[in-house]
Design a binder for this molecule. Structure first.
Ligand code: PEP
Ligand code: MN
Length: 345
């Protein structure tokens, strides 16, 4: 991202004045696209679900007055038709739609024979194939200009972020589809305006190609996603504070030797894990002999509690240790289950 592609604008189009005021504030930042949600998929019924097609002329007025290119979310064939007819410049498929192949296919069918850039947000669940599949459906409809938007993934637990980034998924997507620009949406990842800068910087350091940031003339009064929107002036600060680090691959001797050191440590971690799993297998045999259940809650509780102390002592994050131990424990249980369900011995 020499200069990242910038897509900015409110979560939702609310009123003509709000659209024009936000567009007026943004024009000096020269965004590549001005975004606003016209149809809003909401989790619970009874909430504001977007103005609908009455908001189209407000967007067109912003385009005419400020020369901004327009982008919005489509979730149905009829949205595609309305937006194409109105002359929008780009559309995106939202996270909830990407999660449903029938919906994506309907949208793709409505796009057949049309040339408009399409962005595909990641599905709400952390499923790389579903994301790739949605991109492929749109591609098969003949769309040439495609990009992917990383907006994070839903989790049940309360975390610092509204949607967990799971950076490894967009990175894997980029590895598989180097041809497709990857855009980060720090607004929906963080859910909080004050965390946007940090995630935008991380995306920049990970060589993303662009940013989509929700921007509103008066975020506190926003009808949707008030907590995560920034003013155009705040967006200007966020963009100016982006530190441009060396993005080229560089291979100094110092870096190579540190990487060698890491490789050695990784070998040691694997060796230790193997040893740990061998002991788990021995415990599995013991449980089989004594007809004991595999999962013992008291032991799991003990493991998790130990992590509090370990986190303090090692300066590693508690969240990281818990995640790591969940994986290790799951694998131990799988190994023990195999032993318990085997017929021999
Ligand atoms: C949005 O961009 O306003 C939106 C609804 O995003 P998502 O599909 O990522 O929830
Ligand atoms: Mn939003």
């Amino acid at each position: 991202m020499t200069k990242p592609i910038l897509i900015a604008g409110p979560c939702s189009a609310e009123t003509r004045e709000q659209i024009l005021e936000t567009a007026a504030g943004l024009v000096v930042l020269n965004p590549d696209y001005f975004r606003a949600g016209i149809w809003k998929p909401r989790t619970r019924p009874g909430e504001f679900e977007g103005i609908g097609k009455d908001a189209l002329p407000w967007m067109l007025e912003a385009k005419e007055k400020y020369g901004l290119k327009l982008a919005t979310e489509v979730a149905k064939a009829e949205h595609v038709e309305a937006v194409l007819k109105a002359g929008f410049d780009m559309i995106w498929i939202g996270a909830r739609s990407t999660a449903n192949p029938f919906t994506v296919q309907d949208i793709a069918d409505a796009l057949a024979g049309v040339s408009i850039p399409v962005m595909v947000k990641n599905p709400t669940n952390p499923d790389l194939k579903l994301w790739l599949g949605a991109i492929e459906r749109v591609e098969k409809a003949g769309i040439k200009e495609l990009s992917a938007i990383h907006r994070g993934f839903s989790v049940y637990e309360k975390t610092k972020y509204r949607n967990k980034p799971n950076w490894q998924i967009p990175i894997a997507l980029k590895q598989e589809r180097k041809d497709i620009p990857l855009i980060c949406d720090p607004s929906h990842i963080t859910g909080k305006s004050e965390l946007i800068q940090r995630i935008a910087q991380k995306a920049y350091d990970l060589k993303y190609d662009g940013l989509m940031i929700e921007t509103h003339c008066n975020p506190l009064k926003a009808w949707t996603d008030a907590r995560q929107q920034v003013t155009p002036a705040e967006l200007d600060i966020i963009l100016n504070c982006l530190e441009i680090r060396n993005r080229e691959e560089f291979n100094s001797n110092e870096l190579l030797s540190m990487r060698e050191e890491i490789n050695g440590i990784d070998d040691e971690i694997i060796r230790q894990l193997k040893e740990r799993m061998q002991i788990s297998a021995a415990i599995g045999k013991l449980k089989k002999k004594t007809k004991t259940a595999i999962l013992q809650h008291s032991r799991w509780k003990e493991l998790i509690e130990k992590n509090i102390e370990r986190a303090k002592q090692s300066n590693l994050s508690h969240e990281f240790l818990d995640e790591l131990y969940k994986l290790i424990h799951e694998e131990s249980i799988r190994i023990q289950y195999q032993i318990l369900s085997s017929k021999d011995e």
